[in-house]
Design a protein around this ligand. Structure first.
Ligand code: UD1
Ligand code: UDP
Length: 377
């Protein structure tokens, strides 16, 4: 039986980017006098813990589903059962999910089965290619099928939903909460942060800082190796002029592979995944970003830091259209040429180094909270 408009709002967080992007929603609901319950699925463990600490986010529940080297089917099954049990026990009125992870997809599906209203933050991003990004494109489409409310970050995302016949009254163009999180961290949290032994020498270096992340499933194997080869060439060609900093994702298909390819290369610094605020400190200081991460592209865009998106398809072309981002195939030559072009040419760099509001103005979460609270009557 549906409890229209009644009950608690709960927020479901599985992975690092969901924590970053849902924290502003939690904060906005708290500020509006309606603090939500935070449920952590634990799809990520080590990657999530420091972010929850940085953002002072205390979960009401932690389902702890992560297993080493988890297969998508196993993870999905564990999530579906665990979230269903949780929803039966806690009976929230609305479950807020974010993005395109397996936690978001299975959380939304479990909520649909339990007749809990589903609100989807960062809805409507599409590449149009079912296998790229994999499995995120299908995860995001699946959530759209079961969601009652769709919070689109950009006009293109809204239009994608409308073209799929999602009812217009349920689609809200709000911006991306990643920008809210970024500005809050930059302006309120970073100024009081004590120095850290891992990041401090890099922040003090006079050399140009190139910040790298790469972790996507569709890049496992040859594409990741090609990214590593491109970085090695860059480090050699710009020896003494760049610090390439790469916090390596813990996925067993990424960490050992990238460490084997890049450990010991002069000018390349491989670090463990960094706490959010430490990562942002480096990002703010970066001359160039090379990434396949959705969130990092959005952050670099908002800050006006030129970035290369090392992917074959993107659901975030707004950044490329704004000029700050460039799609580059994960191939060593292409990556090297694009990066060297920007590092070696002041004018080319300056043309790209323009902040854009393409992903939002930093007030997305307030808009989301207003809609969610309106829903609750
Ligand atoms: C997941 C998301 C991806 C998102 C990314 C953000 C899915 C299918 N993928 O990818 O969309 O961009 O998170 O980082 O939802 N691991 C740890 N500790 C951690 C996290 C992961 O050891 O804190 C290792 C484990 O061996 C785990 C493996 O990485 O089994 C894969 O984790 P998983 O969440 O399935 O995929 P990600 O590649 O992290
Ligand atoms: N991030 C972080 N530490 C790192 C790398 C990234 O805190 O070492 C943050 C980054 O600021 C961004 C988010 O993690 O907000 C992006 O997450 P990720 O790249 O794992 O996922 P995606 O955005 O690709 O889904």
């Amino acid at each position: 039986m549906r409890r229209e408009g009644a009950g608690e709002v709960a927020v479901l967080i599985g992975t690092r980017p969901e924590a970053v992007k849902l924290m502003p929603v939690v904060r906005a609901l708290e500020e509006a006098g309606a603090p939500p319950a935070v449920y952590v699925t634990g799809q990520h463990r080590e990657l999530l813990a420091p972010i929850l600490a940085d953002l002072a986010l205390v979960p009401a529940e932690d389902l702890g589903v992560m297993q080493p080297n988890q297969a998508l089917g196993d993870l999905s099954a564990r999530l579906l059962v665990a979230v269903q049990e949780l929803l039966r026990r806690r009976r929230p009125g609305t479950l807020v999910v974010q993005g395109d992870t397996t936690s978001a997809a299975m959380g939304a599906l479990a909520a649909f089965y339990e007749d809990v209203r589903v609100a989807h933050v960062e809805a409507g991003l599409r590449t149009g290619n079912r296998r790229n990004p994999f499995p995120e494109e299908m995860n995001r489409r699946l959530v759209a099928c079961v969601a009652d409310l769709h919070f689109a970050p950009t006009a293109r995302a809204r239009d994608n939903l409308l073209s799929e016949n999602v009812p217009a009254a349920t689609v809200h163009l709000v911006g991306n909460t990643v920008v809210d999180a970024l500005f809050h961290a930059r302006d309120r949290l970073l100024p009081g942060l004590a120095p850290d032994p891992v990041t401090e020498p890099l922040l003090r270096s006079p050399r140009a800082l190139v910040l790298v992340t790469a972790h996507r499933r569709e890049s496992f194997g040859p594409d990741l190796l090609a990214i590593a080869a491109g970085l090695k060439r860059l480090a050699e060609a710009f020896a003494g002029r760049v610090e390439i900093v790469y916090p390596v994702h813990l996925n067993p298909s990424v960490d050992p592979v990238m460490r084997a390819a890049l450990a010991g290369v002069a000018g390349v610094h491989l670090t463990p995944p960094l706490p959010y605020l430490r990562f942002l400190q480096l990002l703010l200081r970066a001359r160039l970003v090379i990434t396949d991460s959705g969130g990092v592209q959005e952050e670099a865009s908002a800050l006006g830091i030129p970035f290369l998106c090392a992917r074959r398809a993107s659901e975030r072309l707004e950044a490329v259209e704004a000029g700050v981002g460039e799609m580059v195939a994960p191939e060593a030559d292409a990556l090297f040429s694009a990066a060297a072009g920007l590092l070696g040419d002041e004018a080319a760099h300056a043309r790209r180094a323009r902040p854009t509001k393409a992903f939002g103005d930093g007030h997305a979460a307030e808009r989301i909270a207003r809609v969610l609270l309106g829903m609750r009557g």
